[in-house]
Design a protein around this ligand. Structure first.
Ligand code: NAP
Length: 268
């Protein structure tokens, strides 16, 4: 069982991380102290969240209690960070930030009385299929690492990186879903152009994507081998691939990932 934890910003991603821990009895809702910004969110969560957690509006009477927790999950939007004032002077407490693009250096400046950990996760975490990259700050003990891994392992697969690789991890895994959504949309439009109904076309594209990923995984084929398997001389597939090479799809995708990573570095 994980003991008392504070959640600063109980929005979509925080709920996706915390709720599976309640579902699996790994965390007691009574041990969770959450902070939100608005009265509206506070009331919504009280009314419709399926677990009875301790929840406070930021700066309200009694809300300082969240700073007593040894572990804090920081999950406000990056632009809201300036409003969070540290009220803790126990130097062994942990602050785990999931804020995109906010570096450990910035976190340590803002929360000098905490040991900081930077986490990057992605939107599929909301269905328990996230990818989470963790960069440990200084002086985090092995027991503390175990505890933090337990927070994320029920909703995502965990990868641990030095911080300078978190930008490219973010580019691939956090921007990736938007890139894939765009590809699904474009391929579906291709089906639509050929006379398929939009919904059917989209379903075919998604089933094809899932089948292809599973085939590569289950057979250990390389991507080049799979490509060769379905590309016959003078056939339809080489005709399609020729168009994509001509229009620079491969280079566009590489540059898209590099660009997202560079943008993430600019936020640091
Ligand atoms: N969305 C994604 O795809 C994604 C993926 C990975 C990581 N992230 C990261 O996850 C973080 C949270 O994103 P989200 O999508 O969960 O955002 P969200 O749903 O908007 O949640 C933000 C939460 O922070 C609260 N908050 C705002 N200002 C506060 C303050 N001064 N004190 C206390 N609480 C405050 C908000 O309360 P109110 O509702 O009252 O305003 C809300 O509960 C972001 O930093 C983002 O970079 C997002």
């Amino acid at each position: 069982m994980i003991s008392k934890i504070a959640v600063i910003g109980f929005g979509n991603i925080a709920k996706a991380i915390i709720t599976p821990l309640f579902d699996k009895n790994l965390l007691n809702p009574k041990d969770v102290y959450c902070l939100v910004n608005t009265k509206k969110s506070l009331e919504n969560i009280r009314k419709s969240y399926k677990y009875d957690i301790n929840i406070f509006q930021s700066n309200s009477k009694g809300s300082e209690i969240i700073w007593d927790c040894k572990v804090k999950l920081l999950s406000v939007k990056p632009q809201q960070l300036k409003n969070i004032i540290e009220l803790d002077n126990n130097n062994d407490n942990l602050l785990v930030s999931i804020l995109a693009g906010v570096s450990l250096e910035k976190l340590i400046k803002r929360f000098p009385n905490h040991k900081c950990i930077r986490v990057v996760t992605n939107i599929p975490i909301t269905i328990g299929k996230g990818l989470t990259g963790i960069s440990w700050g200084d002086e985090i003990t092995e027991d503390q690492k175990k505890l933090i891994r337990r927070l994320f392992e029920n909703s995502s697969k965990i990868y641990e990186f030095p911080e300078d690789l978190l930008d490219i991890f973010l580019a691939l895994t956090s921007s990736g879903p938007a890139i894939i959504a765009l590809i699904i949309e474009a391929l579906s439009d291709g089906g639509l152009s050929g006379g398929l109904q939009k919904k059917l076309s989209e379903e075919l594209v998604m089933e094809m994507l899932l089948g292809t990923v599973n085939l590569i995984r289950e057979t250990n084929l390389t991507t080049a081998e799979l490509k060769n398997m379905v590309t016959s001389p003078g056939g339809t597939t080489i005709s399609a691939l020729r168009v994509l090479e001509n229009r620079g799809l491969r280079s566009a995708l590489i540059e898209a990932v590099v660009s997202a990573s560079n943008r993430s570095k600019e936020f640091r």
